[in-house]
Design a protein around this ligand. Structure first.
Ligand code: GLY
Length: 360
């Protein structure tokens, strides 16, 4: 078992990572929290496969569990769904000593975290992420949110979980495309902080895609450690945490312009990373191999390389993003593999030039 600490003084917590830990979750959780009333929030797909394992293990250790099952899909991440979940919290008579358990991907995690952060001004919650994206990114660091008609994740807070439990075996029931798009975030960690991780992905991509447990444990634990260190340094994204948005500036614009329907998050971020790398090369911040190595990985993953969107529409949308500061665009740009800078020096001229090019 790998244990990673997220150091945030009173809000510090552990991330536990191993193969098959779901069935022992009650035992592990009982070491972190007194048995209590518990609301397990999951979605229909995950419920079928994993809810009974988690519920039985928790019940064996005295947790009194009621479940709430969401319809899968990003459109469930809304204030309307939060209202329904508050009803479930009231019905189960949860109070500040109770617990919410988020079991599933990013939607279940963000939604449960938002409800946990706001019900009675905050009750404890744990994350049991079952998708690669949630395991390496959204379950860690306390960003919880719901969507607003005017933008994704616009209503939310920073609210840290009590613990995160990652069972690498859950990836065996994840659709292949979700594994591949989750890997984009792992590649991101390589580019922003860890050249060795990037090289490992280049060398071990086949093993990772074959769900070799040793390879999965290595990439997930390394990603979680990188994120834990960054979050510990800058929980509220005042400075260094922004580097986690590598590829997300243009990625989010692509998602927004295609109404979050055409591209999965990881697909849009992969294209965003390629554009960001091209911008860095164009500005003389790094050599072309930094771009080419990322392009080669994205190609090996079979991800889309173009969107057909107009550069001027992408640029217009970039200004609406919450990462734009005082009307200035902010980009995370690689200066090598494993090193990035945050820059507000990307001119519209460079942007438009790079966005006009393609990657084939
Ligand atoms: N997903 C970026 C962050 O947690 O800051």
């Amino acid at each position: 078992m790998k244990t990673i600490r997220v150091n945030l003084s009173d809000d510090s917590y552990n991330i536990f990572i191993d193969k098959g830990i779901l069935k022992g979750i009650g035992d592990m959780l009982a070491k972190e929290k007194q048995p209590c009333k518990t609301l397990l929030i999951t979605d229909k797909n995950i419920d079928r496969i994993y809810s009974h394992i988690v519920t039985e293990s928790l019940a064996q250790h005295g947790f009194r569990v009621k479940s709430f099952t969401l319809t899968p899909g990003e459109d469930q991440k809304s204030l309307e769904t939060a209202m329904i979940l508050y009803e479930a919290c009231f019905d189960h008579k949860l109070d500040r000593s109770s617990l919410i358990v988020a079991l599933g991907g990013g939607v279940a995690g963000d939604m449960s975290g938002f409800v946990a952060a706001t019900f009675m001004r905050g009750i404890p919650f744990i994350q049991i992420p079952t998708s690669l994206l949630a395991q390496v990114d959204s379950s860690i660091g306390g960003k919880v949110a719901v969507n607003h008609p005017r933008g994704k994740n616009m209503i939310g807070s920073f609210y840290q979980p009590l613990a995160v439990f990652i069972d690498t075996e859950t990836l065996s029931t994840l659709p292949a495309i979700e594994l591949v798009t989750g890997l984009v975030e792992v590649i991101k960690y390589g580019v922003i902080k860890d050249a060795e991780l990037f090289e490992y992905i280049e060398k071990s991509l086949y093993d990772i895609l074959q769900l070799d447990q040793k390879a999965l444990l290595k990439i997930i634990a390394t990603s979680c450690q990188i994120k834990a260190d960054i979050v510990a340094e800058d929980e509220k994204e005042k400075h260094v945490r922004a580097i986690l948005n590598y590829g997300h500036t243009i990625g989010h614009a692509i998602e927004a312009l295609t109404h979050y329907k055409k591209y999965r998050h990881g697909e849009a971020v992969a294209i965003g990373m390629l554009y960001a790398a091209r911008i860095a090369v164009e500005m003389g911040l790094t050599g072309s191999t930094v771009f080419e190595r990322q392009l080669s990985l994205v190609k090996r993953l079979g991800l889309p390389l173009s969107t057909g969107l107009k550069p001027k529409d992408i640029i217009k949308t970039l200004y609406l993003d919450k990462k734009a500061v005082s009307g200035k665009l902010r980009f995370v740009l690689p200066t090598g593999i494993g090193e990035v800078i945050i820059s507000d020096q990307v001119t519209e001229e460079i942007l438009s030039h790079v966005l006009t090019g393609n990657f084939v």
